[in-house]
Design a protein around this ligand. Structure first.
Ligand SMILES: Nc1ncnc2c1ncn2[C@@H]1O[C@H](COP(=O)(O)OP(=O)(O)OP(=O)(O)O)[C@@H](O)[C@H]1O
Ligand SMILES: [Mg+2]
Length: 326
């Protein structure tokens, strides 16, 4: 029996771009408990989506060049190596843009019924009934009527719910969410977050929630991993990390997000842009943008160091952050 549903250890992803090999995800380690929600945050291009795709087995063969992925999707099982087979058997993913993820040539009800039909051996009629039940569960009004519609006939918010229903149709133990609410307006965003929260409790589902919106992660998640330039730079319980960041990047990120800034202080954007995977700097990858940078940062090798009971930071000078930056 395992309390952990997932362990990602030292994951590295290498892809080809323009004839050159890049490693946009390097030595990423995260773990997830049963029923737990982990947030992953970081600027565009830092490797969040590639990390999720690695977990669910959506990367081309050979892209995962290092590390281990271990799962214990069934409570009774010890944590062990499983692979692509997990796709559809316990893990589901929700993407940001429902229009590109939903097959436009299938009616909404059939889209949702696919999962139960394939994975639970239901016949057509049973699968359709299950689809309507799921539509009700995710709060789609008049599900019988909407089941007969095409994806493009629904609003963005409803399409997102259809995608959630399709993801849930396989009864996943682990739900991966890749910015699932970014494209939606705030009230629908709130509804969907509430729904995820409720389903998590009801189905004892574990969630990894990728978002650039720290406030949303604060609402939904127990723990957070902050990524920068393909690496996890800080990890810990969400409330502790937000109350007292231990990596300059986390601090900078918190100060640059309007929805997160609780005070009326002016927003400080993070100066400069994150490096491209083709040209990650040596040493600490954040050093060139860091306001606390010291000489030895340029040669620091990457390691997450335990700091406090449940916290880890990749910064070699976390003491510099104390009492500064607010
Ligand atoms: N199939 C691919 N081939 C080559 N490079 C890729 C591929 N997919 C992603 N990348 C590169 O890898 C880096 C990380 O991509 P990823 O999609 O994981 O970022 P992200 O953190 O999800 O960003 P965003 O917030 O914009 O969604 C980016 O620089 C991206 O250009
Ligand atoms: Mg992404």
């Amino acid at each position: 029996m395992s309390d952990r549903i997932l362990e990602v250890e030292d994951l590295s992803v290498t892809l080809e771009r323009g004839g050159k090999e890049i490693t946009p995800v390097q030595n990423v380690s995260v773990s997830l408990g049963r029923g737990e929600a982990l947030g992953i945050a970081g600027e565009s291009g830092c490797g969040k989506s590639l990390t999720l795709k690695s977990i669910i087995g959506l990367l081309p063969p050979g892209a995962i060049v290092g590390g281990d992925l271990r799962f214990a999707l069934d409570r009774e099982e010890p944590i062990s190596y499983e692979s692509a087979d997990v796709h559809g058997h316990g893990i589901a993913i929700i993407f940001q843009e429902p229009m590109t993820a939903l097959n436009p040539t299938m009616r909404v009800g059939d889209l949702i019924a696919e999962g139960p039909k394939i994975h639970h051996g239901l016949d057509r009629r049973e699968a359709r009934e299950r689809a309507i039940e799921l539509m009700r569960l995710v709060g789609i009004p008049s599900p019988e009527k909407r089941a007969r519609m095409w994806p493009h006939q629904l609003s963005g918010g409803l399409r997102q719910r259809v995608m959630i229903a399709a993801a849930l149709s396989t009864e996943p133990k682990l739900l991966l969410c890749d910015e699932p609410t970014t494209a939606l307006d705030v009230s629908i965003q709130d509804q969907i977050l509430g729904l995820l929260q409720e389903l998590r409790t009801r189905l004892d589902m574990s969630i990894i929630f990728v978002s650039h919106d720290l406030a949303v992660i604060g609402e939904l998640c127990d723990r957070i991993a902050i990524m920068y330039a393909g690496q996890v730079v800080e990890k810990g319980p969400v409330d502790e990390v937000f109350a007292d960041p231990k990596h300059p990047y986390t601090e900078a990120l918190m100060h640059s997000v309007p929805s997160f800034q609780q005070t009326t202080e002016k927003l400080e954007g993070i100066e400069g842009a994150p490096p491209d995977p083709g040209s990650f700097p040596d040493g600490c990858r954040f050093a060139p943008r860091c306001r606390y940078v010291r000489d030895d940062c340029a040669t620091a090798s990457y390691a997450l160091v335990q700091i406090g009971e449940r916290r880890e930071t990749g910064c070699i000078h976390p003491e510099l952050l104390e009492g500064i930056g607010s």
